[in-house]
Write a protein of this length. Sequence first.
Length: 170
Amino acid sequence: MSDTRQRIAAHVQRAPGVHFRGLARALDLAPGQVQYHVRRLQRADRLVAEDVSGRTHYFPPEVAADRRRRLALLRRETARDVVVVLAERGPAAPDDVAAELDIARSTLEWHLEGLTEADLVAKTYDERGRVTLSLVEEERVADLLSTIQPGLPDRLVDRFTRLVDQLLAE
């Protein structure tokens, strides 16, 4: 196996759920180069790709499918911040979470869609139709968060996306 493929496989092992651009940035490789070697690793069953909300994320083959989706979602800073707020505060109203994170309610709802589908966050409704957000299984969420160690480039991309969302909301 080539040195580049070994570097890619090792990075994915260290950072399961890394997305395509994050992989190229972390290893300082051209996108075409990453694409070529990732395909070779996938054919050799050394990598698994998972498309989540418009991004392709890569995992070692031993990571279970349900865990792959959850890790991919938590690689996004805003989704991760929502989960952290709920872990720290406990159940909360969506407006309170959006205000604490200083994000638009529409941005929160976009992230909540994936988080609820992945069974990380639950939305419950009271008799008056008010929504409360809560974590589904705190132990599982804590385990997933311990696996995620976002690098500076990932955080910068997420923050830029959040800034654009705020500007569009105004």
